[in-house]
Design a protein around this ligand. Structure first.
Ligand code: MRU
Length: 344
């Protein structure tokens, strides 16, 4: 049975607490939208598509909780719920898309009870659509992977990050299911170690051969000709193809270009934000310096020092060989082709 990052249980949501992996598989049952918001902020659920799904269920849970005197009162309170969820993490486009979609549906509803039912159904629909998109893009992307390749990937982009099949890791899994012989180099992904903790866990479960490397080893392996391509996910893709993804992605893209290997981005179209002309407009989440000075709660640096912690960086589109979406594999010129394949 594939592991489920998130599941709707009728009046509550069950998530796998990703901060406890790989040593413990702990499931949390969340009954309040505020708990969903905290789970997103604390990365108990994480990855752009998965937090989009979580936020949609959060709006649904919040709606079920609301006691209102009138439809207008209900909609006012629902806006507060959505704002709390939207304030959790700024970078992933999927979350804002999901919240907007839930809000629009609510505005169009006739009465409170009908809106509540419609919101629950819509959140389930968003979940199914995200899952299906990742399955489809994985199938399309697998065509780009040559037999007997070594693929370098960053962060975690599998079932847990997507509440579905996966993006970059989905492409890898699909290529493997097609019978291709592959090896993966998975970066540990400092500071929060999504690669070491979660990608390694998913790859081990899937039986895909891999080696875990520290982030700073990527140049060593790429320069020796030991990597055939790099494939990563995305948190937000601007209209010109510039891509925000986990901090360290840009470094990998520059390395790939320098050494003449393809650099692929895999993402559902819900990650694309045509309202932003370029990556410079994508908001970058700044997280607590403590995540850098400590590893899993243990201090590794002198007390009281300054530390920086941008959670994402921007890879300019000129470094990206192709963007793999459920609507097709998109190459330069991104500006026209992203627009054509993703009417928003
Ligand atoms: O901070 P995280 O763990 O939520 O960051 C996740 C990533 O950067 C992923 O690469 C991205 O969301 C794409 S996942 C399908």
């Amino acid at each position: 049975m594939p592991v489920k990052a998130i599941e709707w249980l009728g009046d509550k949501v069950r998530i796998l607490d990703q901060t406890r992996l790989p040593h413990e598989e702990v499931y949390l049952e969340l009954s309040y939208y505020q708990d969903i918001a905290s789970a997103i902020t604390e990365l108990k659920i994480r990855g752009a598509p998965a937090i989009g799904v979580a936020a949609a269920y959060g709006v649904a849970l919040g709606a079920l909780e609301i006691k209102a005197k009138s439809r207008d009162d209900f909609l006012e309170k629902l806006r507060g719920v959505s704002q709390t969820l939207a304030d959790t993490r700024p970078t992933a486009r999927n979350m804002f898309r999901a919240i907007d979609r839930m809000q629009q549906l609510a505005q169009a509803g006739e009465n409170i009870e009908q809106i509540k039912t419609a919101l629950v159904n819509e959140a389930i629909k968003i979940h199914n659509e995200e899952a299906e998109a990742t399955r489809k893009l994985s199938q399309l992307g697998a065509e780009l992977i040559e037999d007997s390749s070594t693929i370098l990937t960053h962060c975690n982009t599998g079932a847990l990050a997507t509440a579905g099949y996966g993006t970059a890791l989905g492409v890898i899994k699909q290529a493997r299911e097609q019978g291709k012989k592959l090896k993966v180099l998975a970066t540990e992904t400092r500071p929060l170690l999504q690669g070491a903790r979660i990608t390694a866990w998913e790859l081990k479960k899937a039986g895909i051969p891999f080696a875990l490397i520290t982030d700073s080893m990527a140049g060593y392996f790429i320069s020796r000709g030991e990597v055939n391509c790099v494939i990563v996910g995305a948190d937000r893709i601007a209209a010109n193809g510039d891509t925000a993804n986990k901090i360290g992605t840009y470094t990998l893209a520059v390395l790939a270009k320098e050494h003449g290997i393809p650099f692929y981005v895999a993402a559902p179209t819900t990650t694309i934000d045509l309202s932003l002309a370029s990556g410079t407009q994508i908001p970058i989440e700044q997280r607590s310096p403590e995540e850098v000075t400590h590893i899993q709660g243990i201090s590794i640096a002198p007390e009281g020092i300054e530390a920086a912690n941008p959670a994402f960086d921007i890879t300019p589109h000129r470094y990206i060989t192709a963007i793999i979406t459920e609507n097709g594999i998109i190459r330069e010129p991104y500006i026209e082709r992203l627009k054509r394949s993703n009417p928003q």
